[in-house]
Design a protein around this ligand. Structure first.
Ligand code: A3P
Length: 305
């Protein structure tokens, strides 16, 4: 019926149009991550801050949930059932009209440490984090699975530019023309930085999948935490993919910019899903481009091929 179509049409019109990508100091960005730039850059860090950095889709949500459980599941159990994860772990650079900015959310936190999510490439991290010697955890995921996961995310996230079709998307991934720029520069820039900075722990998504408990131990020794056996068990269990996926406070369903009818936020949670997306030709071109861009680094992802 006409009125129904009309209603749907009206609802669609009410959504803000998707943002466009532009070059921002050499990195592709959108207004949602640059509009608040002055406040982001002058952000006042604390020595006890924990900054969780990744290129999009590397497992940031997973590790943020692990950290939140480690620090708060015993002291504030209600938090787990009533506050969505994206509010517990604010996203530093986000500023979407109609929602509080990440910076404002972080300043209003009154339980410490603050766990801070960011996708900023290393050259953009606010100076104060270095001055305060805040702890930094970087999560990296192999390029092919990152590209696939990012594609599905951009399809369902109304605050991201239109992804277009998979083959053009993959080309833009290779060209670094996606939000937060080049995957290669991002993982490589933070990898180099960790050589000269003792407060960076560099984790891999593939390692977390292989042995979550082992990586949890690495995380705890970096943070100088000694959780009891019960807490370790709780963290490992609650942060399993299927448990997170069915947890409304951790699966992104509380995030208003996501359209779950298109794709879930916790989508597959596997290593190697790229094999279901890449054609043989795309794989060959990707490998050639990858080897050219990564030939001067000793950063190796053991599960790419
Ligand atoms: P897929 O799209 O491949 O499923 P980020 O949080 O940085 O946006 O990363 C999202 C990716 O991490 C998604 O990958 C998501 O499913 C995966 N992920 C989230 N929680 C996970 C978990 N507990 N175990 C394994 N993968 C997880």
């Amino acid at each position: 019926p006409a009125h129904k179509r009309c209603k749907t049409h009206t609802q669609q019109m009410e959504l803000p149009p998707r943002p466009t990508l532009f070059d921002f100091h050499g990195v592709s960005m959108t207004k949602y991550f640059t509009d608040n730039w002055v406040n982001i850059q002058s952000f006042k860090a604390r020595p006890d801050d924990i900054v969780l950095v990744s290129y999009p889709k590397a497992g940031n949500t997973w590790v943020s949930y692990i950290l939140d459980l480690l620090y708060f599941s015993q002291t504030s159990p209600d938090r787990q059932n009533s506050v969505p994860l994206h509010e517990r772990v604010p996203f530093l650079e986000i500023s979407i009209p109609g929602f509080p900015s990440g910076v404002d959310e972080l300043y209003s936190i009154n339980n410490f440490p603050r766990i801070i999510k960011t996708h900023l490439p290393v050259q953009f991290l606010p100076q104060s984090f270095w001055e305060q010697n805040s702890k930094i955890i970087y999560v990296a995921r192999n390029a092919k699975d990152s590209a696939v996961s990012y594609f599905h995310f951009d399809r369902m996230n109304k605050a991201q530019p239109e992804p277009g079709d998979w083959s053009s998307y993959l080309q833009r991934f290779m060209d670094g023309k996606l939000v937060f720029g080049s995957w290669h520069d991002h993982v490589g820039g933070w990898w180099e930085k960790r050589r000269t900075t003792s407060n960076i722990l560099y984790l891999f998504y593939e390692d977390l999948i292989e042995d979550t408990e082992r990586e949890l131990s690495r995380l705890c020794s970096f943070l100088r935490l000694s959780p009891c056996t019960d807490l370790k068990k709780e963290v490992t269990e609650k942060s399993q993919f299927n448990n997170m996926k069915h947890n409304k406070m951790a699966n992104g369903s509380a995030d208003e910019v996501f359209d779950f009818k298109i794709s879930p936020f916790l989508r597959k949670g596997k290593v190697g899903d790229w094999k279901n997306h890449f054609t043989v030709k795309q794989d060959e071109e990707f490998n050639e481009d990858y080897e050219r861009k990564m030939k001067n680094t000793d950063l190796h992802f053991r599960t790419v091929l």
